[in-house]
Design a protein around this ligand. Structure first.
Ligand code: MN
Length: 325
């Protein structure tokens, strides 16, 4: 932490970055830390490899995010937010050499410490919580714009303060963000009540295909490329879809398969108990994330991918059974 603070104090030019297809924690964290550094008189460029989801464009500073990395001048510091591995920052950044120090600010359990400096706090509810911890130590004033971003990170990663990572200090932090002027209704309207109609055409397909395992302990659904084409949607609208299999009574693990353009499958997993660590399942396929929310990419036909993954899920479920005796 101290090393990162020194680095932020010394640096003059910064690039903030978050993972590809950013969610509310990734993007708002990168915006909040940039806003804080700008307040300290630093030069900040905001970058993300790809498009910003429509629902996040309301975030203060989101309109300044660029998708091209500048050649000149060299940045003193790159700050990556909410990203567990270097590859997740996207292909453009992987080739980029135009900086001196990379600071990795995150809360993913599986973070592989790829930065020159790493501030990784798995106990934090969101990366935004880590970000605010840093900004506070730098004596940054909590403006409404910073607060709205931090609040968005909390709402996103706690499932609107419903998940197990919601602690007393999470709600205290959220309260501070409201005191600084955040309008919670406005944030949830943008995040949850501004869906395009087409998202529901896609959701109805996902619900139609939802299945339950024989033992009723895990549930899954799948989205194919043709679904996106036929409904005119993009994967960014599917962020909340996994909550449907997750919310079935008796289900411990929820799975959403998403066919990618290259025919591989991106697989998102959610666990409803600390006894089943889905990040370790995903790590077997070079993915990762949090114990209760993780993702990985599996290669092969859908039936093969399903068999491989379900084998791991069943292993994890029977291990949990054994532990409970
Ligand atoms: Mn996060």
């Amino acid at each position: 932490m101290k090393e990162a603070l020194d680095c932020f104090q010394r640096g003059k030019s910064f690039l903030t970055i978050s993972h590809v297809q950013p969610d509310g924690d990734a993007l708002a964290s990168q915006l909040a830390i940039g806003l804080g550094l700008e307040q300290l008189g630093k030069k900040v460029v905001y970058f993300n490899d790809g498009d910003i989801p429509e629902s996040l464009k309301f975030l203060p500073k989101a309109k300044e995010v660029v998708s091209v990395l500048p050649d000149q001048p060299q940045f003193d510091v790159v700050i990556s937010c909410d990203c567990g591995s270097l590859a997740r920052l996207g292909d453009k950044f992987l080739k980029y050499k135009n900086y001196k120090t990379l600071v990795n600010v995150d809360h993913h359990f599986s973070n592989d410490r790829y930065g020159n400096i790493n501030v990784v706090m798995p106990e934090a509810a969101s990366t935004g919580e880590v970000v605010w911890g840093l900004l506070e130590k730098l004596n940054v004033t909590l403006t409404k714009d910073i607060a709205t971003n931090i609040y968005c990170t909390l709402v996103t990663d706690t499932g609107s303060f419903r998940y197990s990572n919601t602690k007393t200090h999470t709600l205290q932090l959220a309260a501070r963000m409201l005191e600084a002027g955040t309008n919670p209704e406005e944030v949830s309207e943008h995040l949850f009540e501004s869906q395009p109609y087409e998202a529901f055409l896609l959701l109805s397909r996902v619900l139609n295909r939802m299945e339950l395992s024989k033992d009723k302990k895990y549930s899954w659904s799948v989205i194919y490329q043709k679904d996106l084409k036929e409904t005119g949607t993009k994967y960014e609208v599917t962020e909340e879809f996994i909550n449907y299999p997750r919310s079935i009574r008796g289900v411990w693990v929820a799975v959403l398969f998403k066919e990618l353009q290259d025919g591989h499958y991106k697989v998102s997993l959610r666990s409803k108990t600390d006894a089943i660590d889905v990040s370790s399942i995903c790590q077997k396929f070079q993915g990762g994330g949090h114990k209760r929310a993780s993702a990985c990419i599996l290669k092969g036909k859908f039936e093969e991918v399903k068999t491989k993954l379900f084998h791991e899920i069943e292993e994890a479920l029977s291990k949990q059974e054994r532990q409970r005796g």
